[in-house]
Write a protein that binds this ligand. Sequence first.
Ligand SMILES: [Zn+2]
Length: 218
Amino acid sequence: MENRIITFRHCGKDIYCFNVPVECPICGQSLLGRRLEDAPVSIPNCFVDGHHEKCSFLIKPTKGSFLREYDGQADLHVGISNTQGIVYNYIETGVQRVDCGWEECISVPLVQSDTYNLINQWDLYLEQFSTADIWIPDRYDEYEHNCYSFALTFINRVLAAQSKRQLSRMEFTERFVVPRTKRASKYITLYRELCRSYYYIADDIQTEEVSTQFLKKN
Ligand SMILES: [Zn+2]
């Protein structure tokens, strides 16, 4: 379990920490009896355990974890979860079905919880999709036919089955991925600052953005 980031306002600044202090680190005043609007709030962790995320598009670093190792440039890997938290992902050796390794990822939910027909068919549909010839190891190409191709093609099949409009790679990336990776960048920056020091005092947070370069290769 990672530490939760907490933020509160004092001296006109946003102050971030893992543990709320007794006194303001800027002015030294007691923080007891502060105004309600200055009370500490925790920042939602933007990373989730992908094995607890049903029917979702999941993103994680190919190697290591976002919070500890990710440098904003390294390769990312994507997959699709079924209703049991098994993550289907396409790599050089074909489609993997894994129940561990996606414990800290960015999630894009793909179905609304009241779409029972779709949820009921999801696992079978994902399994059938994954056994198609286009996802054999020989067809894998790091740039042209990769994990993102697999996930997006599946998403478009699901949309087609619901008579919904298809999404291009660019459109899906801009609408659903970029807002989340931006939030993740900010969270990673804060988290690492707080691992180095007790407080992070911000006027405006400068972040190293998570690159979505991998998503735009084709
Ligand atoms: Zn203060």
